[in-house]
Design a protein around this ligand. Structure first.
Ligand SMILES: *Cc1c(COP(=O)(O)O)cnc(C)c1O
Length: 410
């Protein structure tokens, strides 16, 4: 390994930072043994000066790459004005951010929050209040239908409807009011609807589950079931949205509109956590002052960065890059089926790839990729998730795919 400017002793090594992390930070992650210090575009550099292609993009929080100049400029400009006011007062960025985000997503009202989990929690509260006050479901009995293998975040209520035992074990008692059906099975979902059903909460593409794309026509059927029973469709687009699949919203591919969307990750431009619930005025409009809120939600810095994100998405450039580079990615990965891969799924510049039996496990493949200068992360034992920043060049993308082809070879 290289050392800083040839100094053998002074520069701290990756190992020393890993040791610090392991000594002082809660061990709720199992990161690859890489210590990053800088990032630009699709590349990151570690503390020892080694550079890598980022093929994970912070789980789509870095759709625009590391430190996109327009986003950094917007953040720096706002840092020089005002960063936090609390929602006790108006400020000059909130209304503009909400208007621009509503226009981009074709929605009517915006509830700004911070993390993705908070946006999902907010959507759950909205759906329940809407059911009790508008639909006429008896108070305290509203149900929400979710899908198996979902990922919506880590709060107590959200893990209450997770089917991942690792995410749930020991964290009960759980929040009631959720019904789980198989993802992709519209008939099962229709059967689960009853007069107490407030909403159906689904990911348009299940990211954490391994980039699972539902069967053709699934969401059209779900939409119809929701319409015929007065049930809200909530699409969790926190990972799938904001150009990752080649469209502003992944549900756009299905020709279906949700009543409510949750957005997060890329909405903060890779700079700070920004999330939002967006949707129908008659649904988001059920909230009255004091009923819900957040100290940091909708702060001026978040809104300024969010506005810059919306501005980038308005050009359509990133959606187009995802569609074009994604087609190339999927063509090349599909060609590896039978040469180390057993299955390739996904949409746009986003793929879940299953390593065939005989090849390495996901973790070993991630480590081998890191050694070749490509950062990827396994999800489940034999699945890798490929999600490079949408600013990646075709040459960089090919370099990463070449490395994948080498490490998954049986
Ligand atoms: C990441 C994610 C969340 C949770 O977002 P956090 O910011 O980590 O709380 C929720 N839903 C989906 C689909 C996600 O991918």
């Amino acid at each position: 390994m290289t050392t800083f400017a040839g100094r053998e002793t002074a520069a701290p090594t990756a190992a020393s930072f890993i040791e610090l992390d392991e000594r002082w930070s809660t061990h709720n992650y199992h990161p690859l043994p890489v210590v990053l210090a800088e990032g630009s575009g699709a590349s990151v550099t570690d503390v020892e000066g080694r550079s890598y292609l980022d093929f994970l993009s912070g789980y789509s929080a870095l759709n625009f790459g590391h430190r996109h100049p327009d986003l950094i400029a917007a953040a720096v400009a706002q840092l020089g004005r005002v960063t936090l006011t609390s929602r006790a007062f108006h400020h000059d960025q909130l209304g503009l951010f909400c208007r621009e985000l509503a226009a981009l997503t074709g929605t009517e009202l915006v509830l700004p929050m911070n993390s993705g989990a908070e946006a999902v929690e907010s959507a759950v509260k909205l759906a329940r209040k809407w059911a009790h006050r508008v639909k006429g479901v008896p108070d305290g009995t509203a149900e929400i239908i979710v899908a198996g293998s979902n990922f919506h975040g880590r709060t107590t209520t959200i893990v209450s409807f997770s089917t991942d035992e690792t995410a749930r074990a020991d964290f009960g008692p759980f929040t009631p009011g959720f019904v789980t059906v198989k993802y992709g099975d519209a008939a099962a979902l229709r059967d689960a609807i009853n007069p107490r059903t407030a909403a159906v909460l689904l990911e348009p593409v299940q990211g954490e589950a391994g980039v699972i794309v539902p069967p053709e026509g699934y969401f059209a059927d779900v939409r119809q079931a929701c319409d015929s029973h007065g049930v809200l469709l909530i699409a969790d687009e926190i990972q799938s949205g904001l150009a990752r699949t080649g469209t502003v919203l992944a549900l756009d591919h299905e020709g279906v509109r949700a009543d409510v969307y949750t957005l997060g990750k890329a909405l903060g431009g890779g700079i700070l956590p920004v999330s939002a619930v967006v949707g129908r005025r008659d649904v988001l409009g059920v909230l009255k002052p004091g009923e819900h809120g957040s100290t940091f939600g909708g702060n001026p810095l978040a809104c300024a960065v969010g506005r810059a994100v919306v501005k980038l998405l308005k050009t359509g450039e990133f959606q187009q890059r995802s569609a074009e580079l994604g087609a190339h990615l999927h063509t090349r990965l599909t060609a590896l089926i039978g040469h180390g891969l057993s299955e390739v799924r996904g949409r746009g510049l986003w793929a879940g790839i299953d390593i065939a039996p005989g090849g390495p496990e996901g973790r070993a493949a991630s480590e081998a990729l890191a050694a070749r200068g490509v950062l990827c992360k396994e999800t489940h034992e034999r699945t890798l998730r490929v999600a490079p920043p949408l600013v990646i060049t075709r040459e960089e993308l090919d370099r990463g795919i070449d490395a994948i082809a080498e490490v998954i070879r049986p």
